[in-house]
Design a binder for this molecule. Sequence first.
Ligand SMILES: [Fe+2]
Length: 301
Amino acid sequence: MAAPRIHIESTSFDPWKIQAVTHALSDHPLLQIGALVELGKRQQERKLVRTHTADATAGTSFADAPLLHPNHKGTAATLADIEKARAWMSLLNVQADPVYRQLIDDVLDEVGPIVSRHDPGMCYRAGWIFVTSPNAVTPFHMDHEHNFILQIRGHKRLYTWDPFDRVVVSERAQELFHDRHSRELVTWSEAWRTRARVFDLEPGLGGYMPSTTPHMVENGDGPSVTISFTYYTDSTRQRELLYRGNAKLRRLGLEPRPVGASPGRDRVKHAVLTGYASARNMVRRALGRGVRENGQPYAPA
Ligand SMILES: [Fe+2]
């Protein structure tokens, strides 16, 4: 039997702990630059490309980086000449592409049974491919999904912070992020560096980052290709709902208990919020309005 494409420890895997992984995807034909130029053209048509120049720094707003430091080269030109392009480029939601969706399924179907033993309900699968010029930086930020981030080509330094480190990202910042998808309060400080878990990534190495793990990336002195396989689970969706509930309570002038401080209270809150959400969805359906369907296999692009 072939070696698994991502290797994680089946008994000790902890879905809420940052951990190192190894992988066997560096030579995959779909992840070589020629194939990525072709994918880039298709993603450009789908408007699923995010890019900025290598002038962005750790403290640049992640949301605004493409506006603050626009990369005026086209997608295919940037990818084909990434060594000299002075650019940071991400091909977003590559599950929108049937060829790459298959790659995502191949990889996540393999680790899925191990993940699900510890963290059931894998859904909203997605893939993100980062192609970056020498010394480009990914600004400090966090994302909603659990993330297997794998280095395919070149070297980069990945800084990660525990998703429960409330010095680096406050409870209020977590609430705002889940409630409004705003990273406004997720802000960089040089002081964070000493609290980081650092991965020196090279081909064959990667990391697992649980939902809302703050991270920042410094590319090495050569071009780099990295792929992330991401998904949600029952526990990421529960946590998101609890944070949204706390944001609502705060808007009412209350001071909610931090998520995780009292598991019993979280269970009650979650039951109330789930009931509220299904009642609201019933009303929206009755009025012919759209409802976000939960548990879809792939993230909407
Ligand atoms: Fe990210």
